[in-house]
Design a protein around this ligand. Sequence first.
Ligand code: ADP
Ligand code: MG
Length: 728
Amino acid sequence: MESLRFKVVDEAFNRKADPVEIPQERPEKYYGKYVFNRQKMFEYLPADTYQALCSAIDNKEPLPREVADSVAEGMKRWALENGARHYTHWFQPLTETTAEKHDSFIEHDGKGGVIECFNGKLLMQQEPDASSFPNGGIRNTFEARGYSAWDISSPAFIIGNTLCIPTIFISYTGESLDYKTPLLRALNSVDKAATAVAKMFDPEVEHVRTYLGWEQEYFLVDESLYSARPDLMLTGRTLMGHESAKNQQLEDHYFGAIPSRVEAFMLDLEIECHKLGIPAKTRHNEVAPNQFELAPIFEEANLANDHNQLIMSVMAEVARRHHFRVLLHEKPFAGINGSGKHNNWSLGTDKGALLFAPGRSHTDNLRFLTFTVNVMAAVHRHNALLKASIMSATNAHRLGANEAPPAIISIFMGSQIAGILERIEHSTNAELTNLASRKELELNLSQIPEIMRDNTDRNRTSPFAFTGNRFEFRAVGSSANCGAAMIALNAAVAEQLILFKKAIDERMAAGMSQNDAILEEIRALIKASKAIHFDGNGYSDEWKEEAARRGLDCETSVPLIFDAYQRKSSVEMFRTTGVFSEVELAARNEVKWEMYTKKVQIEARVLGDLAINHVIPVATQYQSILLDNVLKMRQVFGDDRKDLTASVTDSIEKLTQHINVIREEVAAMVDDRRVANRLESEREKALAYHDSVVPHMDTIRYHIDKLELMVDNEMWPLPKYRELLFIR
Ligand code: ADP
Ligand code: MG
């Protein structure tokens, strides 16, 4: 019988790059072709409707009911002209994927035929059954309705033949059941809080916007190899597989020439992105073999997050066209780098100032320091929560392993800024303020841009790094909805800015000048939040000890990390910023624990199946071959010559031990799952899975990987790491 593994390896190896249909026109012509953006609104809507819609978007006001019908009519006309046959509300439930329920435009025309209709009501609001989505018990059984409502700040788009309308998703009683609702609340809250503070430096400021530029890392695997790995298909990662002799040691993949099959995929993907108005810009090989990255130009956070959600599904589609499967899992392969989704995050005023960018004047730099130091304070106070916001069953495998940020949140500031912070801490206000006019002195606040130029020693080991005019939250996982991290971060910063404003007002009411009040307050914050600032090597063991001494959260158990959402400080922070009620927080944690349990449960089942039905049969077959060999050797050379068979019998013994341990461990794992499944509380169940099921999986994998090294290569059933990682 021909081995399936060799068949798929052959197929994959011989695959050529697929052709890409490159549009005749330049990108500026087809960019946003499938987006109902302002240009399309202008073209397809009556002038007064266009005005009303733009003004509602700009002023973050609800769209008047009477305008909705007119918008729907224009949108429908545009959609039909572009091949749409269906429409759907497109939302982001807590399943970590997007949801859609398509309806065709057709209605009876009363004459036995149909007409295609769409109206304001269908555009604005729908009622998907909330009980089919994770809701953490928020929905009571007799009221299963949930509402989806159009987020007018994110334009509708067409995918295939379907008009997609980005919506929020809430329960009948108004609690959020998705990522978008709390994200919009957090962005609103940071807008208000940051505007109040930004006005101290520029009274003209009316709004502060949040920007997000994500960097999406991913792996590509040939589809034939993928189909021969049930673990990849069902869990998104390899649950077994011995390290390949060559991995990423030579660092020859990073920024290397992009393989032609991959380049065809990337080009195809970029064209799709641009048609959907996603500003994909950067592409390159990542550190691990077959690992790549895609980054767009940054956008306002809500839109950027929608685009990231969208791109994850577009990537999967386009990859299929190229006979690849895209792996978005944070750790598809043990022993090499995992994938993250760095969230480049910044705040900017409607007057064009980036609030984390140093400027050329004393005022600009005082503003820069104000916002930067407030971020430090917020991240310090809520470091456990921020870790919870990026934590998941899948990201847990990446954090703290192979050059991924550790499972401890700290901020990298770089030596230049660190020096400035230290000087502020130890100088008087008068010293700092007078220096503003004395150019020659390096301590001058207005000279920050000069020294910033050298601040390029980017520390890759930090989970949260200052990178010149923004912060880069690197702990976010590649498969995550950026919303989770952006909600926690923006809400925490909003809370801190509210406190800051209050403190300044109090100092000024007591007769202090604004400049002095700000300097005093910044100094106090620098002192109070020192523990979060760490520029050293985040991968080192010393840092783990040091971080614990500093009182930073060092918990590594995923189910326990989620507790941070329900701490008093978090509940209070989310309440004052209006982002989450206590009920919502409790419900969402239920969902998090449940998701954790389910993911581990599925992995445990798949691993048990692979161990018993794929690996052990092959290992025992090989064991028989060796036994046969020993018997025959003894027949030929006689029992006296045991020396001749010693190494084979030794192998048989080891093989047998591995087989036995695997059998025992699989049985024990099944027992422990049974015990865990009987627990009522989602939290307790997740803890049981973490504490008693996961350790079995680690042991089983260890022994399977040992067997992979011993068993005849021809007999091994699953594609090996070297095949998955080096064929492209
Ligand atoms: P690197 O890999 O060096 O970190 P990339 O070019 O891969 O950088 O990605 C950087 C991302 O940061 C891009 O999406 C870019 O648009 C985004 N970015 C740049 N400036 C800002 C900013 N001020 N706010 C938010 N995102 C930004
Ligand atoms: Mg990058």
